[in-house]
Design a protein around this ligand. Structure first.
Ligand code: TMP
Length: 211
């Protein structure tokens, strides 16, 4: 069963919690699954992530940022996602290439058409079947993050985060079949239930739990 699911959203939207929760639910239902994340998910990717998020003293152009996210992505696709799909596992990935269009395209202002070509090249032809967008007002999401230890992205101005949010909403409007937009201000349990209903409906009939 090829089911590649990605989670997307701005800072503090709860993606990491919800992707873990979906992964655990799949396992609890007896469905083999793999949980991974971007940037990172491989030894190389975790190193690239440190540069991208934490080495704030290093200058990093928007183009370099785009290429580093994609370098990390390609290694992840090669080492983790493609093998899991071949092994017939459901893949749950916390962020994927839509993050690059939202952050480096809408946020940093790079040309989305160029980003799409690079994303596609780096993703080795993988396309998520379902992308869950956890949407919430920027101020709410940022308020959930610690102000003491902000990474390079969290430390960006509100206007940057607003553009990222609008970018995501535009992507969801462009591809309504792939995107499932959830109000991330709902309770964790309500969000997890909505996501599970959606995912369960996409499982092959033989694997569908009774809900
Ligand atoms: P996270 O682990 O909190 O999701 O942090 C990853 C950060 O990197 C987040 O601020 C979004 C950003 N990002 C991009 O700017 N472009 C990308 O392609 C990806 C995957 C993440």
């Amino acid at each position: 069963m090829e089911l590649f699911i990605t989670f997307e959203g701005g800072e503090g939207c709860g993606k990491s919690h919800q992707s873990k929760s979906l992964y655990r639910r799949l396992l609890a239902e007896g469905i083999s699954a793999v949980l991974t994340h971007e940037p990172g998910g491989t030894a190389l990717g975790e190193n690239i992530t440190k540069w991208l998020k934490w080495r704030k003293e290093m200058t990093l152009s928007a183009t370099c940022e785009l290429l580093l996210f994609n370098a990390s992505r390609n290694q992840l696709c090669n080492d983790v996602i493609t093998p899991a799909i071949i092994a017939d596992k459901v893949v749950v990935c916390d962020r994927f290439y839509d993050s690059t269009i939202a952050y480096q395209g809408y946020g940093r202002g790079l040309d989305p058409d160029i980003i799409k070509v690079i994303n596609r090249f780096a993703a080795d032809g993988l396309v998520p079947r379902l992308t869950i967008l956890l949407d919430m007002p920027v101020s709410l999401g940022l308020a959930r993050k610690s102000k003491d230890r902000q990474d390079r992205f969290e430390a960006e101005k509100i206007a940057f985060h607003e553009q990222v949010r609008q970018g995501y909403l535009q992507l969801a409007r462009n591809e309504p079949q792939r995107f499932f937009v959830v109000d991330a201000a709902l309770s964790k349990k309500a969000i997890a239930d909505l996501i599970w209903q959606k995912v369960a409906s996409m499982l092959p009939k033989t694997k569908q739990p009774i809900i």
